[in-house]
Ligand binder design. Structure first.
Ligand code: GRF
Length: 201
């Protein structure tokens, strides 16, 4: 069975590109929509260049009314009839009531070794804590921020010379390897955790 996948982005969409490029051949998933809450997101043009349908649901007119924004987002998603949604650098918090629509069918990538460092500024927080390892996680999305069962993690060793920027740059290729691997396994009904040693990529 082919799994129809919608990808939600807010920015450059490098994880979206990695996911979309992986969904070919005997991979059981296909991208059906890339949707952004920012109409100027660079990832929208990248998706169009790859021949994927795109949509923008601008959150700004809905400021102060998250529920109405989510109704618009849900309507847009429904038209593409996805089986699975993948949040990939999607920078809006989604409410528990929106997530009920996608229970067991939504994935997210987060740049930390969850459950550590939910939320923003993860790279700086790793440095501030003097952690020796850092990483990224793909998890099922629930109604709680950066929560839900962890389906895969990739880790890198923190160097004494690292800054938040170098950590982000070194982690991104690990994200690009991890997310497609988890999505493919998830589409095959396999929730065994994927583990990637980012130092050896
Ligand atoms: C990634 O680091 C992702 O983990 C985080 O935001 C970044 C998005 O990058 N949530 P991109 O838009 O996929 O290039």
């Amino acid at each position: 069975m082919t799994n129809r996948v919608a990808i939600l982005i807010s920015g450059g969409g490098s994880n979206m590109v990695a996911l979309a490029q992986s969904m070919t051949g005997d991979n059981p998933a296909r991208p059906v929509l890339v949707v952004s809450n920012d109409p100027t997101a660079g990832g929208l043009a990248k998706a169009r260049d790859m021949g994927i349908a795109t949509a923008a649901v601008d959150h700004k007119p809905f400021v102060g009314d998250r529920a109405v924004f989510e109704v618009a987002l849900q309507e847009t998603l429904k038209q593409a009839q996805p089986d699975i949604i993948c949040l990939a650098g999607f920078m809006r918090i989604l409410t528990p009531s929106f997530m009920e629509n996608w229970a067991g069918r939504a994935l997210n990538i987060h740049p930390s070794l969850l459950p550590k460092y939910k939320g923003l500024h993860t790279h700086q927080r790793v440095l501030d804590a003097r952690d020796s390892i850092h990483g990224c996680s793909v998890h099922e999305v629930t109604g709680d921020l950066d929560d839900g069962p962890i389906l895969g993690q990739g880790q890198i060793t923190v160097r004494s010379t690292d800054t938040a920027d170098t950590l982000a740059a070194r982690l991104l290729p690990v994200e690009h390897a991890l997310y497609p691997a988890v999505l493919e396994r998830f589409c095959r009904g396999d929730r065994t955790r994927v583990t990637i040693d980012g130092d050896s990529l």
